[in-house]
Design a protein around this ligand. Structure first.
Ligand SMILES: [Zn+2]
Length: 264
């Protein structure tokens, strides 16, 4: 069986300081053959890269989170550009827009998002996008910057939005909320997204799926979300794992292909 890929995890988070190596080992034991550690700051991106150097199953995404957008100076963009050349870096992000706390810094967020979208285009890497209550502006900026590949991380929108973004060629990555009792709308979206547009992730240490909800999330828990997705799509775990491995290898071309080869 192809291994699972957790396409978005914050392994560098201090929540994992006590037992990071054991967390990675448990994920591997659970069948996770690749984990993409998403940076949320330049410093965090550096930590993601060094984790990717230490663990063959870990890859890095380098970026600055929208809630930290003010930190993305021109010098920081240049630092991300240097990090992006590292062979274990497979994406730019986590970036995007987050208006959940209001639009007070919307212009700053948009500027940081656009700069990282340009970096994705220049490096040929996919862009990992965080979107909260900002779908219109996210679309506008992605269209303007002509990013080649987009991963909508922790998708939580409507079936129509998922279908539209899938038609645009963007990937829909679903996380633990897919398993939550009240997530019928999200489950309907996950049912309707074309199979070749789907990915799974944990966003650990956040958003643990049922049946481990409430605990610190870790990348091994991606299997719970993946199993629910397999059920929704009327597929065996094996068949879904194979499709998702192909999707991940296509979207994150650098290195993840190696991960798949290693798993075979
Ligand atoms: Zn995240």
């Amino acid at each position: 069986m192809a291994g699972w890929t957790d396409t978005h995890v914050h392994l560098d988070d201090s929540a994992f300081d006590p037992d990071r190596d054991a967390v990675v080992a448990r994920a591997v034991a659970a069948g996770v053959t690749a984990m993409i550690c998403a940076g949320t700051s330049v410093e965090g991106s550096r930590r993601a890269v060094s984790l990717a150097e230490r663990h063959p199953q870990v890859f890095a995404a380098v970026g600055v989170h929208p809630q930290q957008a003010a930190l993305l100076t021109d010098a920081a963009v240049r630092e991300l550009a240097v990090l992006a050349r590292h062979p274990r870096v497979v994406a730019i992000g986590e970036t995007g827009l987050d208006y959940a706390r209001g639009r007070g810094d919307a212009i700053v967020q948009q500027r940081a998002f656009a700069a990282q979208a340009r970096l994705a285009r220049e490096t040929g890497l996919p862009l990992v996008v965080h979107n909260r209550e900002a779908s219109e502006d996210v679309e506008r900026i992605l269209d303007n910057e002509e990013v080649c590949a987009v991963v909508m991380h922790c998708f939580n929108g409507s079936p129509d939005l998922a279908a539209r973004w899938a038609r645009a060629g963007w990937m829909i990555s679903v996380a633990g909320p897919l398993t939550f009792p009240k997530a019928d709308v999200l489950r309907e979206a996950a049912r309707r997204v074309p199979l070749d547009r789907l990915l799974v992730e944990t966003d650990a240490p956040y958003l643990s799926p049922v049946p481990v909800r409430g605990r610190r999330c870790e990348p091994g828990f991606v299997v719970h979300t993946a199993r629910m997705l397999a059920g929704l799509r009327h597929m065996s775990d094996e068949a879904l794992a194979s499709v998702l491995a192909d999707n991940a290898a296509r979207v994150f071309p650098r290195g993840l292909t190696q991960g798949r080869t290693a798993a075979l």
